[in-house]
Design a protein around this ligand. Sequence first.
Ligand SMILES: *[C@@H]1O[C@H](CO)[C@@H](O)[C@H](O)[C@H]1NC(C)=O
Ligand SMILES: *[C@@H]1O[C@H](CO)[C@@H](O)[C@H](O)[C@H]1NC(C)=O
Ligand SMILES: *[C@@H]1O[C@H](CO)[C@@H](O)[C@H](O)[C@H]1NC(C)=O
Ligand SMILES: *[C@@H]1O[C@H](CO)[C@@H](O)[C@H](O)[C@H]1NC(C)=O
Length: 389
Amino acid sequence: MDKKSILFQLAFLQFLSGFLTFNSMNVQIRCLQIERKVLLDFKQGLTDPSGRLSSWVGEECCQWDGLTCNNLTGHVIKLDLRNPFQSDEAGHQESALRGKINSSLLYLEYLDYLDLSLNDFEGSQIPGFIGSFRSLNYLNLSHAKFGGTIPPLLGNMSSLHFLDLHAFSDSDHLLNAKDLHWLTGLSSLEYLDLGGIDLGSVVNWLDVVNMLPSLLELRLQDCNLQNLPHSLPFVNFTSLSVIDLSRNLFNSPMPAWLFNITYLEDILFSASNLTGPLPNTLTNIISLQHLDLSDQFLEGLLPSSLGNLWKLRSLILSSNNFSGNVIEFVDSLSRNNSLEVLDLTQNKFYGELPVSLGNLTNLRSLVLGQNRFWVHCLRLLEVCHPWKP
Ligand SMILES: *[C@@H]1O[C@H](CO)[C@@H](O)[C@H](O)[C@H]1NC(C)=O
Ligand SMILES: *[C@@H]1O[C@H](CO)[C@@H](O)[C@H](O)[C@H]1NC(C)=O
Ligand SMILES: *[C@@H]1O[C@H](CO)[C@@H](O)[C@H](O)[C@H]1NC(C)=O
Ligand SMILES: *[C@@H]1O[C@H](CO)[C@@H](O)[C@H](O)[C@H]1NC(C)=O
């Protein structure tokens, strides 16, 4: 071989390697063989009638449906196998994955995000090994028909920011917890939904939640909760912006600690057996946007300072025993123009609805039935009724 052709070959090789390096920057991230094997074992444990995992073949697992890899290391960081169909949609049943979650999944040790919601695990227990995912940030097992007692081992996921275990409660409560102490291990938690889970035998739920200072959303709807302590020595979860305690069995007044959380935007407490009046301290919650206190045993006059809640967008007080003349209250509300929904149905309010109601120009829904109101002239609706009851 002469020098020239050697040089040529070298140049060609150099070109080739340059091409390869250049290309590898664009090439899809390589899947790690061990993780690929783990995923195939996991797939094997599941039944998949609609073939949602049919792309799970071949070498490049980073391109399989539902998977995301870290684009530098190739480690699987996200596994999103949420059923694309809601539980009331046709196609839900067929698309639900069933079967067993293989514990070898733990080899995906960089997993950050796991969503198995809306699948059908047929009443089986939430596997305790999930608690050993140390870098998990997001865990969504909602509406996935897990049953039995929540394993306290879940409290080992100290990096977790989102925990959604919301269960179906239309049948019987499938999931339950006897104790929530394990939650205190989740010190970074920002979002917690245990809706539909039977927490009827948990007495200190509030003390536990009070150990979660980063919490922004707390959803404990329909949990058979009975104990709503009126006061707390110290309110830790002051960043909270959403609290949903609807459909529980409290049988107690609005708790005083609630009014110390001034960043609250949504208070959703419908049908939870609250009694007594709505305290004036409600207007401490200056960020309040949505207040739903429907279907309770609340009574008395409404705080006339309610109008100071200038961010309020919906006020739902239907089916209570609130009473009094609404003139002052509606006048105060009409100073704030953000209100979109006002529902006062089925109470004992009375009085002539003031013309100032017409100042609520953003109102989309106004429901006032089953009270003792009368109207002379409601400019908002451009109707005038000359009758009085
Ligand atoms: C790698 O991933 C990060 C975070 O997901 C993203 O911001 C970045 O754009 C990605 N880089 C490339 C080259 O795709
Ligand atoms: C969890 O999944 C459900 C159903 O797929 C979804 O509606 C919900 O918003 C998810 N939760 C979070 C915290 O993202
Ligand atoms: C859970 O965490 C505790 C304390 O950090 C540790 O002793 C225990 O081994 C962990 N359990 C599992 C199953 O990882
Ligand atoms: C407030 O939260 C911190 C951090 O979780 C905890 O150590 C402390 O005991 C909590 N205080 C109360 C009164 O629960």
